[in-house]
Design a protein around this ligand. Structure first.
Ligand code: CP
Length: 306
């Protein structure tokens, strides 16, 4: 039995297979409509979510399966003090697979150690968000045609942004990918990512503060919101929340085939005027998230569709 805690749990070859499966689902959804008949997915969300929880639920429903779960710690017995380990022991009796989001780093890993069903990390604190990374990889491969030979700019809250941490780890495995980290001093990418993931493998990166300085060289601009819920004080959040606002004026500096991605939700960091730009890919990214989660459920449940 396999779990998914980190995008690195899959080899590059396994990831290719998963993304191929997602592309096949996109082209032939009818082939998969009963692939999970009689199976149940539990969504255990101790933290708020719109996309991840609902796209997991849509994915399982598209496969013919059933769903149940909770959408906040307050509406589960966690509010009475039940541990994650005990909760997953119960859920293992009810469901075939589960997706867990938790504010504490490592909570899904704790669950996986005692679970008898596959556990998917649907985001743990500021640590990792592997299914967002699968979504991002599918989006990039589908829209750019490759996962190598890319210059990717990651902009905004690179300190707390778990989607950024997971995506850097995943893309670092492909040839000739250059990272440009665009952030204010206080929200820089953590040193452990620079040292353990990039420098140790001689992967090029640079850090800048002004988005305008690097727009012309980017193949992908990955915007992120400043994460209010991870700040220790409101004053710092208010000072930094509007540091970057992508607008049409800045988009004029970019390549004609650059794509703009965002894991969403957006707050102010992308002006709504950019939504009409054909390079804005963030709503297409959401659709790819459903296909890739369908492919992931099939893979972890070892369901084969001919
Ligand atoms: N991208 C993402 O994780 O969105 P939600 O927080 O709405 O799930």
């Amino acid at each position: 039995m396999r779990h998914l805690m980190s995008p690195l749990d899959f080899s590059v070859e396994e990831l290719d297979q998963l993304l191929d499966l997602a592309n096949d689902i996109e082209k032939h959804p009818e082939k998969y409509a009963h692939a999970c008949d009689g199976k149940k997915l539990a969504t255990l969300f101790y933290e708020p979510s719109t996309r991840t929880r609902l796209s997991f639920e849509a994915a399982m429903m598209n496969l013919g399966g059933n769903i149940f779960g909770f959408s906040s710690a307050a509406s589960s017995s966690a509010a009475k003090g039940e541990s994650v380990s005990d909760t997953i022991r119960m859920i293992s009796c009810y469901a075939d697979i589960c997706a867990m989001r938790h504010p504490k780093e490592g909570a899904p890993m704790v669950a996986s150690a005692v679970s008898s069903i596959p556990v998917i990390n649907a985001g743990d604190g500021g640590h990792q968000h592997p299914t967002q990374t699968l979504t991002d990889l599918l989006t990039i491969r589908s829209l750019k045609g490759r996962l190598n030979h890319l210059v990717i700019g990651l902009c905004g809250d690179l300190k707390f942004g778990r989607t950024v941490h997971s995506l850097v780890r995943a893309l670092a495995r492909y040839e000739n990918v250059t990272f440009v980290f665009i952030s204010p001093e206080e929200l820089k990418i953590p040193s452990y990512i620079k040292e353990d993931v990039l420098e140790s493998s001689h992967i090029p990166y640079k850090e800048v503060e002004r988005i305008e300085d690097v727009m012309p060289v980017l193949d992908i601009l990955y915007m992120t919101r400043v994460q209010r819920e991870r700040f220790f004080n409101e004053e710092d959040y208010v000072r930094l929340k509007n540091f970057y606002i992508l607008n049409n004026k800045k988009m004029k500096l970019a390549k004609e085939d650059m794509i703009v991605m965002h894991p969403l939700p957006r707050v102010n960091e992308i002006s709504v005027e950019v939504d009409k730009d054909p390079r804005a890919a963030y709503f297409r990214q959401v659709q790819y998230g459903v296909y890739v989660r369908m492919a992931l459920i099939l893979t972890l449940l070892e369901v084969k569709v001919c």
